[in-house]
Design a protein around this ligand. Sequence first.
Ligand SMILES: N[C@@H](CCC(=O)N[C@@H](CS)C(=O)NCC(=O)O)C(=O)O
Length: 417
Amino acid sequence: MGLVLHCPPNKNAFKVLIAAEYCGVKIDLVKDFQMGVSNKTPEFIKMNPMGKVPVLETPDGPIFESNAIARYVARLNPNAPLFGSSAIEYGQIEQWIDFSATEIDANIGNWLFPRRGYRVYLPPAEEAAIASLKRALGALNTYLASNTYLVGHGVTLADIVMVCVLVSGLTTIMTKSFTSEFPHVERYAWTLVNQPNFKKIWGVVTQTESVPPVESKKPAQAKEPAKPKPKEEKKEVKKQEVKPKVEEEEEAPKPKAKNPLDLLPPSKMILDEWKRLYSNTKTNFREVAIKGFWDMYDPEGYSLWFCDYKYNEENTVSFVTLNKVSGFLQRMDLARKYAFGKMLVIGSGAPYKVKGLWLFRGAEIPQFVLDECYDMELYDWTKVDINDEAQKERVNQMIEDAEPFEGEALLDAKCFK
Ligand SMILES: N[C@@H](CCC(=O)N[C@@H](CS)C(=O)NCC(=O)O)C(=O)O
């Protein structure tokens, strides 16, 4: 069998070659392939009507699409456990393969390709791609906090495909400062890419040190700007063409749309002042910090919310529960200017209860937080009635990590500030 591929490193071809290593399947590489020439010939188009590589030439006919080729190769050796060993495992392996393609690979491409000049570069589109990628990596990170592999207790095809996608991001656009938000994803990708069967194909992998600058237009892109575009988009493209280096050191695009919360009438409560008071109060917490909080609190400009984790029965392992809460706080980073939070992990043994208190700018939970932070839907949210003394006292106890809390010990109390 021969694999037609573009010059390495190429994640799509590597998925196939790593699967072949695990399965002991021999694949020859087709030499003399010249991108832009060989893939345009009628013979090649017969193998893949898209004219893309990789393509696997088998004795029974060609296969294109790297994930399909990798599945084919994995099935050639039924004794290799790359496809799991039960219907549910097959399902979960397919689930992660699809997730890697649609939620991770696609968003890495949406971020990278415009910068490389393969597509039109538009800052709001880049911002959306980064947000979607972060959402997917956040979900993966939570999953990997308590799982070494994606499915079962060993490498499956899901790991091969996922790691190739992640490594292609790590080597091209996902810098350390971007990935450090997802420590379990980092640990997973680096551990697996250094396994012998991965290393044999990938070699030594080095994380990119910078996000590639926006390149000026390449001929391949010429088709796209021909479409009529709204005025503003044109302006953005032009700006990038004139100053291609502007964003060289930035991970996120600069011109950010104003957050609707910035347009609210000014409040007497300055969130940073409260955060400073909270952090600097070491003694007499009730008299100083709690009293200071209520003196500052502005019910017109802010709202307080209790949250209650919906699935406490799943919190059976202490460190997994703590990781879950830390992940939530990391993903709330986008709301730092507009929120303060306390999260309590409650109980002296499993299952642990997770409850929290959040202060948000505005009378409601901000819509962008609900949209961007998927953890929000894992909790029941109740607005605090500050005219109810019992609820106010509960707020106080959450702010000061009172223990016992509602009769139980605290495993931990985490603060978002
Ligand atoms: N979804 C395809 C993507 C293949 C792909 O984009 N291949 C690139 C090289 S990595 C290609 O052949 N590009 C040539 C073209 O777009 O004409 C897969 O996973 O195999």
